[in-house]
Write a protein that binds this ligand. Structure first.
Ligand SMILES: C[S@@+](CC[C@H](N)C(=O)[O-])C[C@H]1O[C@@H](n2cnc3c(N)ncnc32)[C@H](O)[C@@H]1O
Length: 445
């Protein structure tokens, strides 16, 4: 049967095996946001200009290639959300010092400069910063925008931008730490060093919100440079789960591995023909042998595929339950530890249906705006390059309207590779058509 979702849905996330097999392809046609492990481990040397870079360099540093930036800039929902949040709030930006964490082509820095910022500093570790400098120059904004190449964790900002002292950073993170800090001998300075930055803008969100771990970098910047009471754009983010019916695509994407290259009898018959009546087979076994699939059993790959969340688009019509928020972040106060979380959720069925997967999506809000701006990656919202993240279930659940799927999700960085996200899911349904207890583990890599 024709799968429901053609086009977008087919352009699934590039898998690590694809990129490993073809670094040149990854460099020449980066159609997905790169993985964070593809970022340089340390600040690359200034001399590494794009003209000198090879496909191998791009493989390890895909953000240096313009292709990935083209995709992000052309994601209108994404780029316009930032543009509206900044342009429609000139009163917040006028005369302010703004830091753009991971500036890429410098687009957000230029929005801030045009909105009246006194000074904008953009930081990026990738070689795209060379183009960003030219872009800023070409658009006549060099007197306001300064770009720094390096990892946020390592760079020193240009003259005048001081680091927030440890004391102030810890206060912002957790007022309860105060007593400990004082007890450990870290006393507050009479006057904290000024100026710091007034606003941090950053587009840090990865698949499943947390993949890429770039939020860690924004938190480092916040604790190093954001003045007390400073603003973050965006400053709120939430992650949601919903259940979907997805028989066709699950069959195409997962069950495919059960019987590969079964093209209606085109496989050459290399097996000996089964004599009839076969002395060693019962009539039923003989029939089963004749009807046995023609293709190849690759179900060992299916087991792996089922553990990997699929980044792809879902149709709103597939949603068959209510949504449940499993994570809510306030960037002003969130800590690294908060990003490993467990949450219980309840999804109420909106109709009689079959559940093949849970789908995760996120929303971000620029709540400091006069009128808050929201960027949503819900299947009900317009397409974004983040699509949605689909967690397929081994079992198909049969639900009736108003029945409830009760579950718990646990999300952690992978111990071996902290850039991977481990997801543990437990799901229970006590319905008219059966009782189910599902426990599954996934790894976003
Ligand atoms: C998602 S892109 C956003 C680019 C740009 N701000 C935009 O909106 O089009 C993230 C950028 O952050 C940069 N980046 C990621 N981690 C970084 C780090 N630790 N230090 C400096 N730059 C980083 C990447 O090189 C990439 O260009």
């Amino acid at each position: 049967m024709e799968p429901k979702r053609k086009g977008g849905r087919r352009a699934a996330k590039q898998t690590s095996s694809e990129s490993a097999a073809s670094p040149a392809a990854a460099a020449n046609a980066p159609s997905q946001r790169p993985k964070r492990q593809e970022l340089p481990k340390a600040t690359p040397p200034e001399a590494e200009v794009p003209e000198d870079m090879t496909s191998k360099d791009y493989y390890f540093d895909s953000y240096s290639h313009f292709g990935i930036h083209e995709e992000m800039l052309k994601d209108r929902v994404r780029t316009e959300a930032y543009m509206n949040a900044i342009y429609n709030n000139e009163h917040l930006f006028r005369n302010k010092v703004v830091l753009d964490v991971g500036c890429g082509t410098g687009i957000l820095s230029m929005f801030a400069a045009k909105a009246g910022a006194r000074r904008v500093i953009g930081i990026d570790c990738a070689a795209i910063i060379h183009q960003a400098r030219e872009i800023v120059e070409a658009n006549g904004l060099s007197d306001v925008v300064t770009l720094v190449q390096g990892r946020v964790e390592e760079v020193v900002l240009p003259d005048g931008i001081k680091q927030v002292c440890l004391f102030e950073a810890s206060m912002r993170k957790n007022h309860a730490c105060l007593a400990d800090e004082l007890a450990s001998g870290c006393s507050p300075p009479v006057r904290p060093p000024r100026p710091q930055v007034d606003i941090i803008i950053s587009e840090w969100m990865g698949y499943f919100l947390l993949y890429e771990s770039m939020l860690d970098t924004v938190l480092v910047a916040r604790d190093k440079w954001l003045t007390r009471g400073g603003l973050l754009f965006p400053d709120k983010a939430s992650l949601f789960l919903v259940a979907i019916e997805d028989a066709d695509y699950k069959r195409e994407k997962m069950d495919f591995w059960d019987n590969v290259c079964e093209f209606s009898g085109r496989t050459p018959r290399t097996r000996k023909p089964i004599p009839h009546p076969a002395p060693h087979l019962s009539a039923w076994s003989h029939l089963a042998a004749l009807l046995a699939p023609d293709g190849f059993d690759m179900s060992c790959v299916k087991r792996l595929a089922m553990q990997e969340p699929v980044v792809d688009v879902c149709d709103a019509e597939q949603i068959c339950t209510s949504a449940s928020c499993v994570l809510s972040i306030d960037l002003a106060t969130v800590t690294l530890e908060d990003l490993a979380f467990s949450a219980r959720f309840s999804l109420s069925a909106a109709r009689n249906d079959y559940v093949h997967a849970l789908v995760a999506y996120f929303d971000c809000t620029f709540s400091a705006c006069h009128k808050p701006v929201m960027l949503s990656t819900s299947p009900r919202a317009p397409y974004t390059h983040w699509k949605q993240t689909v967690l397929y279930l081994d079992e198909v659940l049969v639900v009736n309207a108003a029945e409830s799927l009760e579950g718990e999700i646990r999300v952690r960085r992978n111990e071996k590779n902290p850039r991977d996200v481990d997801i543990h899911l437990q799901l229970a349904l006590d319905g008219e058509h059966g009782s189910y207890e599902v426990t599954q583990d996934y790894r976003l890599r």
